[in-house]
Write a protein of this length. Structure first.
Length: 252
């Protein structure tokens, strides 16, 4: 296996960064933390763990994840979020790769958790994400929200990443509030205009997609929870986009 550089972006992740770095160090010869000026002990903990820390104001999802790449010692990059961990099968799968072909990027199946509960319903599993790639041929798209890796070829390892997405249902709702605000700003930057109908239409579309096309209607409480939270997220990001435009109009 060729050497790998691990990269993780952080903002106030003192409770989680140590375990994330430990996870990456199982397969990476170095770990780079790109921190958005955390106000807690994230940076000191990362340095104690032996990670290289870069300080960078948040640039958006894709640009922030790409920021550490030029500072990496190796061409192969493994990107994790601070709330993610490599499962044992992912560690074994990565160690078994030769990484001889830089045109191939590798995907993993995410196990998404709310607290200790693994949510599989309505598209929450297998939730395939590409995280191991060669920087000479691939990289994160410059999207400010929900970016992903673009590569000439992608192959699934069939192995897993554990994603400790939400500490509780209350945390889930709070995260939707934060993410929908970020999404609204990203859409405004892209020039998306306000619409009185778009929040409700996107929320309705989310419910239909999750309950019907993703099978949530037949997956009990988890299916309903995923559908309702997805609809809430969709509604709020477009409602907040409308609010941003309205506030801008008042300042003129």
């Amino acid at each position: 296996m060729k050497p790998i550089s691990g990269i993780v972006i952080t903002l106030n992740e003192a409770d989680r960064i140590a375990e994330c770095i430990d996870s990456l160090q199982q397969v990476c010869s170095e770990v780079i933390v790109v921190d958005s000026f955390s106000q807690d002990d994230t940076v000191s903990i990362a340095k104690e763990k032996g990670a290289k820390v870069l300080r960078q104001e948040y640039l958006g999802d894709g640009p922030q994840k790409a920021h550490g790449v030029p500072h990496a010692a190796h061409d192969w990059i493994l990107a994790l979020d601070a709330d993610e961990r490599l499962d044992d099968d992912a560690v074994a799968a990565i160690k078994a790769l030769t990484l001889e072909d830089p045109s191939i990027a590798y995907g993993f199946r995410r196990r998404n958790f709310c607290g200790r509960h693994w949510i599989k319903a309505a598209g929450f599993y297998p939730d395939e994400v590409v995280r191991l790639y060669n920087r000479t041929t691939a990289g994160y798209l410059p999207k400010k929200a929900h970016s992903s890796v673009r590569a000439p070829r992608c192959e699934s390892t069939g192995a897993h990443i554990c994603h400790f997405t939400y500490a509780s249902l209350s945390d889930w709702i709070q995260r939707i509030d934060q993410l929908s605000t970020r999404d609204a700003w990203a859409m405004k930057d892209k020039g998306i205009q306000p619409s009185p109908w778009r929040p409700a239409l996107h929320a309705l579309s989310a419910v239909i997609r999750k309950l019907v096309f993703k099978g949530g209607l037949l997956q009990g409480g988890d299916g309903m929870t995923v559908a309702m939270t997805t609809a809430f997220h969709a509604y709020m990001k477009y409602a907040k986009l409308n609010e941003l435009h309205e506030n801008e109009g008042r300042r003129r």
